[in-house]
Design a protein around this ligand. Structure first.
Ligand code: SF4
Ligand code: SF4
Length: 147
């Protein structure tokens, strides 16, 4: 015959367990490190290696990009679209440079592949949108000042 374990009244009403739970809650509330932050007044520090908003670097007002097409070739999300043009002082330049940021997975491969150090990913993470966003060349050039 199977014997039922004896339980006291204190055990039956879970008194000890409730006290233990309350103790843990109070201990975490009063002595644990704060996890929630009051965004946007408070902001977290991100590593310099964080990959956020793209930007295009420029030298003396001219974009470093020579429209070599390496970044759209390596991009796994196929979200970079470049139309190349020619200018007298430079072999090639991007007439159009667009990044469909909704498709981008922020892998950083475009940055790695670029031989001209032209396309970069900044640490800017405030990129939420209410509509589909395509970053165009002028916008990407402006972002270098905000990085
Ligand atoms: S970060 Fe990755 S997915 Fe985004 S544009 Fe660059 S290569 Fe493409
Ligand atoms: S890899 Fe660099 S230089 Fe080549 S198209 Fe992309 S941004 Fe321009």
């Amino acid at each position: 015959m199977l014997l039922k374990p004896k339980t006291s009244l204190v055990q039956k009403i879970y008194f000890v367990d409730i006290c233990k739970g309350l103790f843990i809650t109070m201990k975490n509330m009063l002595f644990s490190k704060k996890v929630t932050i009051q965004y946007p007044e408070e902001r977290r520090d991100y590593s310099d290696r964080f990959r956020g908003m793209h930007y295009i670097k420029a030298t003396n007002g001219v974009e470093n990009c020579t429209a070599c097409m390496l970044c759209p070739t390596v991009c796994p999300a196929e979200c970079i679209h470049i139309v190349a043009g020619e200018r007298p002082d430079k072999e090639k330049y991007p007439v159009q440079f667009e990044i469909d940021v909704l498709r981008c997975c922020f892998c950083g491969m475009c940055e790695e592949a670029c031989p001209k150090d032209a396309i970069k990913l900044s640490t800017i993470y405030e990129m939420s949108q209410t509509h589909r966003e395509v970053y165009e060349k002028d916008f990407l050039l402006e972002q270098r000042g905000n990085k």
